[in-house]
Design a protein around this ligand. Structure first.
Ligand code: LLP
Length: 421
């Protein structure tokens, strides 16, 4: 459920009509709903009610600091994957003891930043990373709290580019080698082992792969405890999917996911961490765009929008589906038109949808891409020297620009032409 509904024939974000925002900030823009963000966080929190848990929002999905502040104020932790994300989470007021640091390529500099600034745990993904972290922690007179990310060799049944839990993927250490690596970790002077981490992929629409992975983690917990390790925390990753195509997908609900967690690892007495990103931010955001032209081709009509692949890359990159709806509510029972929906960027990959049935539209009309709050703005670029688009946050009847559109001067002045040219 989200808070983007038609009222009096116009799509609203909470209590704000989208044309009102468009008139103020121009199109295209992203708009997020505070109520939806809050609701999604709360669903996870309720799903794990009664277990000792921390929801570490995967900020890679949407890292605007206003969004981070909403999460932080609700009590969320953060899953960060770079020194930049760590800094951003801290700037938004999230305390270090609620931040977990994931990623296969943490640098020594990033480790030092987090150790000095405060960190809940590092999710370590390899032996060389463990050695580097130990050395740095020791040089600071500290012990780094660590979970080791294991690769359970489970097929997440999702898009190949976002599956992470198969043996062939770069993530984690093979679960078959876990005992050996935990023994190494325990012997390192700068490391304190606190638990196990797993994350098998993103946009999972089925609980079964989670179940397979979590049962393996439960077994490993018992084995490692028998080996003498104090496994007291399980980070179960993120990945629960959302219904991008509302007419035909209904992924499991957070409540069912929570029940699965209890069933698989609930009896171990561990503190549970999860790292949801998409489910929290995805359906809490729209990309709103204007129609520049409707162009007739040889055998099809093109809806040419002012948003492009640089603003929302998911369709071009993963062949992803986003529902595209007119901001002005279509007449009930009206005949749809069929469009290839494209942007102005100079490549054919700049296609959002092919043969999409949408109510007939004309130049100047507004459309909204649903489910664009996750991996939308964060993956955008200035390809074709198209400025990053504004992000807007709505809270009931009020809205604010939470990232402004940069001016062309700012963009152009970023380059330096060497004197010797
Ligand atoms: N934890 C770790 C270690 C991750 O790598 C990820 C996502 C998450 C948590 C959050 O997963 P979520 O709950 O959002 O599924 N750009 C792609 C998605 C990449 C996901 C990368 N890792 C897309 O647009 O579909």
């Amino acid at each position: 459920m989200d808070h983007f509904l038609y009222r009096n024939g116009i799509l609203h974000a909470e209590d704000v009509p989208l044309p009102e925002i468009a008139a103020e900030v121009g199109t295209p823009f992203y708009v997020y709903s505070r109520a939806t963000l809050t609701r999604h966080y709360t669903l996870f929190d309720e799903a794990l009610d009664g277990t000792d848990h921390l929801i570490c929002y995967a900020m890679k999905s949407n890292s605007n600091q206003a969004v981070l502040k909403i999460m932080g104020d609700l009590g969320a932790g953060m899953d960060v994957v770079s020194g930049g994300e760590y800094r951003r989470a801290r700037a938004a007021g999230v305390p270090g003891e609620r931040i977990v640091f994931s990623g296969v390529g943490k640098t020594g500099e990033e480790m030092r930043l987090a150790l000095e600034g405060g960190i809940r745990q590092f999710n370590v993904e390899s032996e060389p990373e463990l050695a580097l972290l130990s050395g740095i922690a020791e040089s600071l007179g500290m012990k780094a709290p660590v979970t080791i990310r294991v690769n359970p060799d489970v097929d997440a049944r999702t898009h190949e580019k976002i599956a992470t839990g198969k043996a062939e993927n770069k993530f984690g250490i093979p679960i078959s080698r876990a005992r050996q690596v935990y023994a190494q970790a325990a012997a390192l002077p700068g490391i304190e082992v606190v638990g196990i981490d797993v994350h098998i992929g993103s946009q999972l629409t089925d609980l079964e792969p989670f179940e397979q992975a979590y049962l393996k983690v439960a077994d490993l917990t018992r084995t490692l405890r028998a080996d003498g390790h104090d496994i007291r925390r399980l980070d179960l990753g993120g990945g629960l999917g959302i219904p991008y195509e509302r007419s035909n997908t209904a992924p499991p609900l957070p409540m069912e996911y929570g029940a699965l967690i209890r069933r698989t690892v609930g009896d171990l007495g561990c503190e549970i961490e999860i790292e949801p990103g998409r489910l929290i931010s995805g359906n809490a955001g729209l990309l709103v765009s204007g129609v520049i032209y409707v162009k007739s081709g040889e055998d099809r009509d093109f809806l040419i929008l002012d948003a492009a692949m640089n603003d929302l890359i998911r369709p071009a990159m993963y062949g992803a589906w986003h529902d595209i709806v007119p901001v002005k509510e279509p007449e009930p029972g009206g005949e749809p038109a069929i469009y290839d929906v494209v942007g102005p960027v100079c490549e054919t990959g700049d296609t959002f949808a092919k043969s999409r049935a949408i109510a007939p539209l004309s130049a100047g009309d507004l459309v909204a891409f649903r489910s664009a709050g996750a991996y939308g703005a964060v993956m955008s670029s200035e390809y074709n020297t198209r400025p990053l688009i504004p992000e807007v946050l709505v809270d009931q009847h009020q809205f604010a620009v939470i990232r402004a559109r940069p001016g062309f001067e700012e963009i152009i002045n970023r380059d330096t032409i060497p004197e010797w040219l």
